[in-house]
Write a protein that binds this ligand. Structure first.
Ligand code: ZN
Length: 362
């Protein structure tokens, strides 16, 4: 019952901020998202078209699409009970109702908003699942690990990554990067598993604040720089943020209980990589935002991502059960870092275009 009240509060917040009127699914959700149908098509358009898509996001604020938000909310509705279940299995339980809701918060950290007498509304940035999904698909398509030949060249992967980061940084949580084709086989299962685990970690971190009783000690913090104006969140201080990361990691590792050693060898690296991917993306987007002169809402609320990564890696290293558990995460970080030069080059071309510089290819 109280979760329904939280859902009403979420709907009201979306209406008040003119994001979307309602989230109830229509009979058949219209899917108007643009997509690539084959991997050869990715970033194969003429340069002015590729550049034009990136420029568009900056100069023309896009409208929020109800079908897109509904789809994201469905993902959260599926993931949230899994997180609460894993928390219970790890010995953490709470009587406080929690609801995760999509919202254009502009930060990769979810925001916990206590609703007095009802529970806690956890606001998850609308662009987080899109960014996670695009990065995972791009990485899986580009790395040779998952069966040669790779589906994407380095150049295609760089553009796909630039488009995803551009949408996150400039799209107000309304813009989706052009969707990549569906994957199949091992690649498809890996991406869907890691996307789910990464989202679970984001929610588990917020649930950890509730479970550890952090919120009553929290100070209210208002940030005026979100895509929809000033938003309130709670600030609990950096030591409690690290504690929430550790509790979230413990909760997530419970999902591996009962696996055989061989299964652990396959799944533990994916779990660790998914958890750390969220923080890697946080670090990369913070760095790019800084270089581009953009403000990240609620930036001081959490320790810098680099510190969170270090602390969490140390914690994970003491808790994983297989020797290569951290390897995939390391590959992922290296791959991401290796693409950033090209991503910056795309952003530089966009700046040049906006300043009326030489036409691309001229
Ligand atoms: Zn937190």
């Amino acid at each position: 019952m109280t979760v329904e009240e939280l859902r009403n509060r979420h709907g009201q917040l979306l209406r008040d901020r003119r994001v979307v009127d309602r989230l109830d699914p229509p009979a058949r959700p219209a899917d108007t998202a643009e997509r690539y149908h084959t991997w050869n098509q990715v970033a194969a358009e003429p340069l002015p078209d590729l550049l034009g898509r990136l420029v568009d996001v900056r100069v023309r604020p896009a409208a929020y699409r109800p079908a897109h938000l509904r789809e994201l909310q469905r993902v959260l509705d599926a993931v949230q009970p899994e997180v609460l279940h894993l928390a219970r299995a790890a010995g953490w339980d709470t009587a406080t109702p929690v609801l995760a809701g999509v919202f254009p918060t502009g930060t990769l950290d979810a925001l916990s908003v206590p609703v007095p007498g009802r529970g806690v509304l956890v606001l998850v940035n609308t662009s987080l699942p899109d960014l996670l999904g695009a990065v995972l698909k791009t990485m899986t398509g580009a790395l040779p690990h998952y069966g040669p030949p790779p589906l994407l060249t380095a150049e295609q992967a760089s553009y796909a990554l630039a488009e995803a980061l551009n949408a996150h940084l400039y799209g107000n949580g309304a813009v989706e990067p052009r969707r990549l084709p569906e994957l199949s086989g091992q690649r498809a299962s890996l991406v869907s598993l890691m996307g789910r685990r990464a989202t679970q970690f984001v929610l588990a971190h917020e649930v950890a604040h509730v479970l550890a009783g952090h919120l009553p000690h929290a100070r209210r913090l208002t940030d005026p720089n979100t895509p929809v104006g000033a938003l309130d969140a709670r600030s609990v201080g950096w030591p409690r943020e690290h504690e929430a990361d550790r509790i979230a990691a413990v909760i997530m590792l419970r999902s591996l209980d009962g696996l055989t050693h061989r299964e652990l060898e396959a799944y533990e690296p994916c779990l660790v990589a998914a958890v750390l991917l969220v923080l890697f993306l946080h670090e990369v987007t913070d760095r790019l935002a800084d270089e581009l002169g953009l403000t990240v809402p609620f930036a001081g609320n959490h320790p810098p991502p680099v510190r969170r990564i270090q602390t969490l890696v140390e914690h994970l290293a003491g808790h994983v059960r297989t020797p290569r558990a951290l390897d995939l995460a390391a590959d992922l970080a290296t791959w991401l870092e290796g693409r950033l030069g090209d991503v910056r080059e795309w952003f530089r071309l966009v700046d040049e275009t906006l300043l009326g510089g030489p036409a691309p290819g001229a």
